[in-house]
Design a binder for this molecule. Structure first.
Ligand code: GRG
Length: 300
């Protein structure tokens, strides 16, 4: 029965529809920022495409609570804004120093370092505006929890901490524990928050929230392992960002520590764990289950 239900779920259509809803909401999310160069720089990166995985996870988690996922759209947009900010800053010469992102020149290549930093800052703060001031129909109590979750994720306990450790470790021998610390903070934290925020907005029960945290931690780490693998097995053309970057920057990665096969096996195991955590909700969790599979089968 469960297998029949899973196979009748049209994930391709689900993903296309969710992406389209997210694109429309992102397009509408930026106001008439002044001066014009700031508006352009913010829009340039926010509307540059991308898989939109984080906002879609947020909507799907809200859906699983039984609530209308439109309720979570502002939070979904906020999460994509935080993600986009982190990509703009990560690409700067003082960080990963990259010139290709989402298939086009990086933000600082077009607008210069100063405006790229400020566009990132403006997206980060706009994210908190989206949640706190532009989430109609969601109680202040739920929104406050989301603001708390996002503050933790964006700051030292999340993205910033992971990024600093990553920069510190460049060119050094790194063990698996440290590598996991970097991945969990730099990448996993925002993926986890995407799921958790959607669930908080939908008013998930504690048992569902706990299961979703297990799911989200597992997919977050699996996502970055696959990212490491794609960096060595794919091309810049397919990825829309510079392939082979980890080798050039002398970064420790899963493939470097464990080899490609074991890295793939570890990602697969994590995805199985993620899906297992949602077993009690299986019938309503098809989008999240399919998204977990997508994370390891993706080619970009
Ligand atoms: C200033 C608060 C603040 C934080 C910035 C720069 C930084 C701290 C953190 C870097 C975080 C980072 C860029 C992690 C990499 C995560 C990753 C694998 C991104 C690629 O995600 P995809 O594949 O990209 O989902 P698309 O383009 O599809 O959205």
């Amino acid at each position: 029965m469960a297998e029949a239900v899973i196979s009748s779920f049209d994930f391709t259509a689900y993903l296309a529809k969710a992406r389209n809803r997210v694109e429309v909401a992102l397009d509408a999310s930026l106001g008439p920022e002044r001066p014009e160069q700031l508006r352009e720089a913010m829009r340039y990166s926010l509307l540059a495409g991308g898989k939109r995985l984080r906002p879609i996870l947020c909507l799907a988690a809200c859906e699983l609570t039984g609530e209308d996922s439109d309720m979570a759209m502002s939070a979904a947009v906020a999460i994509e804004m935080i993600h986009t900010m982190s990509l703009i800053h990560d690409d700067l010469p003082s960080m990963d120093n990259d010139d290709l992102r989402r298939g086009r020149p990086t933000n600082h290549k077009i607008y210069g370092d100063a405006l790229a930093i400020l566009a990132g800052d403006a997206l980060l703060t706009r994210a908190f505006e989206m949640v706190s001031l532009r989430s109609p129909g969601v109680s202040s109590e739920r929104l406050l929890k989301v603001v708390g979750e996002l503050s933790l994720v964006a700051g030292a306990p999340g993205l910033v901490g992971g990024q600093v450790e990553d920069l510190e470790c460049e060119g050094k021998e790194v063990d698996l524990d440290t590598l996991e610390f970097i991945h969990i903070h730099k990448t996993g934290a925002l993926l986890r928050a995407s799921v958790v925020c959607g669930a908080l907005i939908g008013g998930a029960s504690n048992s569902l929230l706990n299961a979703l945290r297990v799911y989200a931690n597992a997919i977050g780490l699996a996502f970055q392992i696959i990212d490491d693998i794609l960096d060595v097995t794919s091309s810049s053309e397919v990825l829309g960002k510079t392939a082979g970057k980890d080798l050039i920057a002398d970064k420790t990665t899963y493939p470097k520590l464990l080899g490609l096969d074991e890295s793939r096996a570890r990602a697969k195991e994590l995805i199985e764990n993620a899906k297992e955590a949602l077993k009690p909700w299986e019938k309503n969790a098809l989008p999240l289950i399919a998204l977990a599979d997508y994370i390891i089968s993706r080619d970009r």
